[in-house]
Design a protein around this ligand. Structure first.
Ligand SMILES: [Zn+2]
Length: 541
């Protein structure tokens, strides 16, 4: 999701206090791989939930299946109040459990589960889940009505965590291999969740929609979207064969949606070119209208951008190119590769999701409108960079870094593309990331090492400076028409990257360090290639 404006908003309020947020036991329980999490590996969930729009309430169960990686008898699951656990069943017996902190529970097995064993527990729960006030920024249930007064309901929970509406292992490092989602809704409504619809069951007063996700899925990707939907479908002939595209919008919006959503196959064409095959062919791709801006829910990307181009009609780059595409279709679907296929293990590394996905916006433009348009766009988005705090957040606390993970992230990646200086190779790296880390949760270190290895560039100091500090290297130079003197300042001493510069219109590669270097070259004017995200300063004697 695109969070830039929220971050600005929140920081305007918190000001300097943001630095000093107290760490609580709840942060640690939510954000770290506790001993009660580490001994078991998720294999399958079956979430079965009834949604009651009239009372803004839910009830149901989640079956949690796992494999023991070592012996263990205490297992942590998470569920946020005011939702309550009613009981936990394993092999027809009720298990004891106790609350730990505000949002976590320890489930106590009667006997030790042996390493290698597969077990399952079923957690029954109910209550009125937290209502999202500013979805998707705060998260929870959005209980809205459509223009005809019918319920229009959706969940969102990035950051906050899926345990705001269902009991789960609420940490990103571990994903199920597959998941069933059954949602019961009043008869006049429809539920759209992730994966493919297997069947619809008719009950006395409700209908149950049975969805199945045939791929690993992260917690916050799971969603329910309930409304009086109209649907249409098409088949996309992609790199891995036929991909089913299903679209769900409120009935009144069908005509404008059919026009606007023509960008979906164009999105797939651009992203399959740059990133490789869409990562969830078996689950299809869905675009689903919701009563909030949008979110990268896996294989059911949610949409609320009002059927117009830009970010709610605005161009985030200020160049005009941002109005050539529907921000939510392109950005949220870009997350299918970076967030859903390649997923961070720890929220501190969230730039893996947002940096690459913000970068994907310019690759969409590159594919359909050319390299100059793409460059204009990504360079234009630099106006959004604040350099307020590092992009990498704090580990083990579910604590993300600066909102700069979006457009500083995109410009970091764009700068690496320039240094690679070979678009075929660059494309192989982007596709290679999606192939070699297919359906995996990763750390930033893995991504950095991969790019270093495949590019052959020594980028360690580059990543450290751009991701872990707020200092932007300054290229100091002096040019007298005969020789160029240049060096980097505002860097760590071992920082050095190749930079493309021009004497008049002649491109030259230099490799500045923190020491002055000299290059003899006759000409009139010196300039630095605008694609490098650097600062520069002309020095006079
Ligand atoms: Zn995003």
């Amino acid at each position: 999701m695109k969070k830039l404006f929220t971050v600005v908003f929140v920081f305007a309020f918190l000001g300097i206090y943001a630095q000093d947020i107290a760490i609580t036991e709840d942060d640690f329980l939510r954000g770290s791989v506790t001993p009660e999490r580490s001994w078991w590996d998720l294999t399958f969930y079956h979430l079965d939930v009834t949604v009651d729009p009239e009372n803004k309430a839910i009830s149901g169960s989640n079956l949690i299946q796992f494999k023991a990686l070592k012996n263990g008898s205490i297992l942590q699951i998470d569920l946020q109040p005011p939702l309550k656990i009613e009981k936990i069943i394993a092999q027809n017996e009720e298990l004891a459990y106790k609350k730990i902190g505000t949002n976590a529970y320890h489930v106590l097995f009667n006997e030790e589960i042996q390493r290698g064993q597969t077990q399952q527990i079923k957690v029954y729960y109910s209550g009125k889940p937290k209502e999202a006030v500013r979805a998707p920024w705060d998260g929870g249930f959005s209980w809205k009505k459509d223009q005809n007064g019918k319920p229009f309901i959706a969940t969102s929970c990035q950051g906050l965590g899926a345990s705001v509406w269902w009991p789960c292992k609420d940490h990103m490092y571990d994903e199920v291999d597959s998941m069933a989602i059954s949602v019961s809704v009043p008869k006049n409504l429809m539920d759209v969740s992730n994966g493919k619809l297997r069947k619809v069951e008719e009950n006395d007063t409700s209908k149950t929609y049975h969805w199945f996700v045939d791929n690993p899925i992260n917690n916050y990707g799971v969603n329910v979207n309930i409304g009086d939907y109209a649907q249409w479908s098409e088949t996309y002939k992609g790199e891995a064969g036929d991909l089913t595209l299903d679209y769900f919008v409120l009935k009144d919006n069908l005509n404008k949606a059919k026009e606007q959503f023509k960008q979906t196959p164009k999105m797939l064409e651009a992203f399959e070119y740059w990133f490789g095959p869409y990562p969830f062919y078996k689950d299809g791709f869905k675009l689903v209208e919701v009563p909030y801006l949008g979110m990268e829910h896996q294989s059911s990307v949610t949409y609320g951008n009002k059927f117009q181009n830009g970010y709610l009609g605005r161009d985030l780059s200020g160049t005009g190119w941002g109005l050539k595409f529907d921000f939510i279709i392109i950005h949220e679907a870009g997350h299918e590769w970076f967030a859903n296929n390649i997923t961070y293990k720890d929220a501190a590394d969230m730039w893996i999701h947002e940096g690459f996905t913000a970068y994907s916006e310019n690759l969409y433009l590159d594919y359909h409108f050319g390299t100059k348009a793409a460059e204009d766009y990504v360079i234009g988005t630099r106006a959004n960079i604040r350099n307020d705090k590092p992009i990498i957040g704090r580990y083990n606390l579910n604590m993300e870094g600066s909102g700069d993970m979006y457009y500083k992230g995109a410009n970091i990646i764009h700068t690496i593309r320039q240094m690679v200086n070979d678009d075929d190779k660059w494309r192989e790296i982007l596709r290679g990331l999606n192939k070699d880390f297919y359906h995996q949760t990763v750390t930033t270190q893995q991504i950095e090492n991969y790019i270093i290895k495949k590019s052959g560039l020594d980028l360690k100091a580059f990543f450290d400076q751009y991701l872990r500090t707020i200092k932007i290297p300054v290229l100091e130079y002096q040019y007298d028409g005969k020789k160029l003197k240049y060096r980097f300042t505002n860097t760590d001493t071992d920082f050095s990257i190749p930079v493309k510069v021009y004497i008049d219109t002649n491109p030259i590669w230099i490799k500045p360090t923190s020491n002055w270097n000299v290059l003899k070259q006759k000409g009139k004017a010196f300039s630095i290639d605008r694609n490098f995200y650097l600062e520069s300063k002309s020095i006079t004697d």
